[in-house]
Ligand binder design. Structure first.
Ligand code: CU
Length: 149
């Protein structure tokens, strides 16, 4: 009689523990789902860019060239998660900086560099190639990220 009671008590304890675990799992899943919903918007606006090159000859026969970001201007929305995928076509390497967004990177021929940011301020932010800065070095290679409200 006493032994049977102990077994029953243990079974009840086991049931209670199982019940508590199921509730805890349910609460965790719900909390996890709610957290996903309330976090930053997961949608990302994607822009595809390439590195291009302009070539020409001056009247006295001198070769001139300038590397470019193409497209050279991108309009993004303030507060919107944005991804730039920049593929290197012309030029071996383009180390770049977008100072106002705190972004540094490099685009290499045949590869795609991805950068993501969520601009918090409106304005026009240059994307500057650090190698091709002026006409003497194959530039100026500068693009503009226009952040609108
Ligand atoms: Cu460059």
């Amino acid at each position: 009689m006493f032994k049977a009671f102990v077994v029953k008590k243990r079974m009840i304890q086991l049931l209670l523990v199982t019940f508590a675990l199921v509730i805890a799992a349910g609460v965790f899943i719900k909390w996890n789902g709610a957290r996903t919903v309330s976090s930053e918007p997961t949608e990302t606006r994607v822009f595809e860019l390439v590195t291009g090159e302009f070539k020409s000859k001056t009247e006295d026969g001198r070769e001139i060239e300038s590397y470019v970001w193409s497209p050279g201007t991108i309009v993004v929305n303030k507060g919107e998660r944005t991804e730039l995928r920049i593929s290197g076509v012309n030029g071996i390497s383009h180390p770049f900086v977008i100072k106002e967004l705190g972004i540094e990177g490099e685009v290499i021929k045949g590869k795609t560099t991805k950068i993501t940011f969520t601009p918090q301020e409106e304005g026009i932010f240059p994307i500057l190639c650090l190698t091709h800065t002026d006409m003497h070095s194959g530039g100026p290679m500068v693009g503009y990220i226009v952040v609108e409200d």
